[in-house]
Design a protein around this ligand. Structure first.
Ligand SMILES: NC(=O)c1ccc[n+]([C@@H]2O[C@H](COP(=O)([O-])OP(=O)(O)OC[C@H]3O[C@@H](n4cnc5c(N)ncnc54)[C@H](OP(=O)(O)O)[C@@H]3O)[C@@H](O)[C@H]2O)c1
Length: 298
């Protein structure tokens, strides 16, 4: 009985703490009404879906990506869905000056910023690491350094509004993944930068939240084209994923896992059974007899 008490009471405490922690806030779409939001990589995929959800909630959206024709369509649809305002700036995030220009545009047309959603991702390949260092450098520019540049430029406005930074990352940014070595490296870099920055915000009492989003396999065209044949799992829907990211951001969550079952739960193994986790990651792939030639990811 004594032993049972020793186990039962702490376990009950843990369950209650978990329940209290997870139920402490509930999301309401009004939280994002009238908010001024930048969404990068908004011409397709998860970014496009986030733009539509924000529009339905009545936010002001400033969208960016390279392809002007697609952005025009997304902006038009956002206005139909009820966005308080919708605009775009097109250009490439290979260029740090462009990343800074997007933030200045928010200052000029929105008069400030409440949420910076960093979501864009550069093209890479799906296959064994091919030794191309220049490709790694270019991908770091797009997937990492432009995130840093936009955050740095946006920080004065975000401090003013006590706003939020949302960083869209991946399971491949938490645990080593085969066949996406350069991509995985850029996502790990995001975790290092933004988790450290969050610590400094806490020390300096800067009330800007940072939500790191750890995503599994999502049914965007790019991802399905690259991985559907080799990944032995069904992709999750991009519109639901987009909504979960926005909920996590509005609630100022530290990290967001989608889907929880295929991201957070396996990651629990990382510290206690790393080899097993590595094995589980590898076992997700249906590999051909000789998985040699890299294939384009975009
Ligand atoms: N889909 C998944 O399974 C999955 C899994 C884990 C994490 N994620 C993460 O989720 C985020 C969105 O992924 P997604 O699947 O929605 O990707 P996606 O459909 O390929 O969209 C990528 C976006 O980035 C833009 N982009 C690409 N290169 C760019 C550049 N050089 N400069 C500026 N913008 C550029 C693209 O537009 P343009 O081509 O018009 O520039 C597009 O709007 C990414 O950060 C990705 O790593 C996705």
């Amino acid at each position: 009985m004594g032993r049972l008490k020793k186990i039962l009471i702490p376990s009950l405490g843990l369950v209650l703490a978990f329940w209290f922690y997870s139920a402490r806030d509930t999301f309401k779409p009004e939280m994002l009404r009238g908010k001024r939001v930048i969404v990068t990589g908004a011409s397709t995929g998860i970014g496009e879906q986030m733009a539509y959800h924000l529009a339905r909630m009545g936010s002001h959206v400033l969208l960016t990506a390279r392809t002007e024709a697609r952005l025009q369509n997304v902006v038009r649809r956002c206005l139909e869905l009820g966005a308080a305002s919708a605009r775009f700036v097109s250009g490439t995030m290979e260029d740090t000056a462009f990343a800074q220009h997007v933030v200045r545009e928010a200052q000029a047309v929105l008069g400030g910023l409440d949420m910076l959603i960093l979501n864009h991702v550069g093209a890479s390949y799906f296959g064994f690491f091919d030794g191309d260092v220049e490709h790694v450098r270019k991908l770091l520019e797009i997937n990492f350094l432009s995130y840093v540049a936009m955050t740095t430029s946006a920080l004065p406005m975000l401090k003013e509004s006590e706003g939020s930074i949302v960083v869209v990352s991946s399971m491949a940014g938490k645990v080593g993944f085969p066949f996406t070595v350069p991509y995985s490296a850029t996502k790990f870099a995001l975790d290092g930068f933004f988790s450290s920055l969050r610590q400094e915000f806490a020390i300096q009492s800067i009330n800007v939240s940072i939500t790191l989003c750890i995503l599994g396999f999502i049914d965007t065209e790019r991802a399905v084209r690259a991985a559907a044949e080799v990944l032995a799992e069904r992709p999750a829907p991009r519109d639901e994923c987009a909504l979960e990211i926005l909920k996590g951001a509005a609630l100022r969550r530290r990290e967001l896992y989608y889907r929880y079952s295929s991201t957070r739960l396996p990651l629990l193994l990382r510290d206690c059974a790393a080899e097993l986790l590595d094995y589980l990651v590898r076992s997700r792939y249906r590999l051909p007899a000789t998985p040699g030639a890299p294939r384009p990811q975009h």
